[in-house]
Design a protein around this ligand. Structure first.
Ligand SMILES: O=C(CO)COP(=O)(O)O
Length: 252
């Protein structure tokens, strides 16, 4: 069975002190989460300090982006090697905000996926359509293209450890969630695409998250969908009490 995975994407929020205080609170509220994998996607500035706090526990650390090169003259960038060095297990790749504001393309997403695996980081690959595409009825085709491009030349062994986050852009930070049924249908399609590419056995291992205005109040309904294995949560992940409730709601 696929283990549910709940990831909090803090985006550009929290100083080091705020991040540490969040973890201390969460450790009191949800000391040992073993049935749901809990992941905190913190700003790069907090990763080192959080790794020390999380040592020996079950909560995993993630970065929100990486550069595809190992090192080099790329001012302002951080590599997979560096993220691994500060204790990251996962890294978000191709979030719609990165695609929209920082020029990321399907091609750079694919390069970043390879860079992550090369250094033992597991990618959380974001895909999703905008409102125009949804209204045109091309959601599944669009998402399928993004998935195929992101996974190009990824080995079958690696693909079973990939997490794909389906995040419809129009649902991010808007309070507007896709209906559980609609979100579930797109996630089922993503699994079918992975199964076509790698065979059903591998496709069945892939974990798929939904993201976009997920809250403690709606997570259980989303998790009830057979192909939704977790959530990537922005706003509602910033408060430890809310995150602890999300962990409860993510139990299958
Ligand atoms: O972008 C998201 C997570 O990566 C979703 O953000 P919200 O949960 O704030 O809508």
């Amino acid at each position: 069975m696929r283990k549910p995975i709940l990831a909090g994407n803090w985006k550009m929020f929290k100083t080091v002190a705020q991040a540490q205080s969040f973890v201390e609170h969460l450790q009191q509220l949800a000391p040992n989460t073993t049935d749901v994998e809990a992941v905190l996607c913190a700003p790069a500035t907090s990763l080192y300090a959080l790794n020390n706090l999380l040592a020996g526990g079950t909560i995993k650390l993630a970065a929100q982006n990486l550069h595809q090169a190992e090192e080099g003259a790329y001012t302002g960038e951080v590599s997979a090697l560096m993220l691994k060095d500060v204790g990251c297990s996962y890294v978000i790749i191709g979030h719609s905000e990165r695609r929209q504001y920082f020029g990321e393309t399907d091609d750079t997403v694919n390069q970043k996926v390879h860079a992550a695996f090369k250094h033992g980081l597991l990618p959380i690959i974001c895909v999703g359509e905008d409102l125009d595409q949804r209204n045109q009825g091309i959601t599944k085709n669009w998402v399928e293209e993004q998935v195929r491009a992101a996974l190009a030349n990824v080995s079958a062994d690696d693909v079973s450890r990939v997490v794909i986050a389906y995040e419809p852009i129009w649902a991010i930070g808007t309070g507007q969630t896709a209906t559980a049924q609609d979100a579930g249908d797109v996630c089922t399609h993503i699994r079918q695409v992975a199964s076509e590419m790698y065979g059903k056995e591998k496709g069945d291992l892939l974990r798929i998250q939904y993201g976009g205005s997920v809250k403690p109040e709606n997570i259980a309904e989303l998790m009830a969908q057979p192909d939704i294995d977790g959530a990537l949560v922005g706003g509602a992940s910033l408060d430890p009490g809310s995150f602890a409730k999300l962990l409860q709601g993510a139990l299958k």
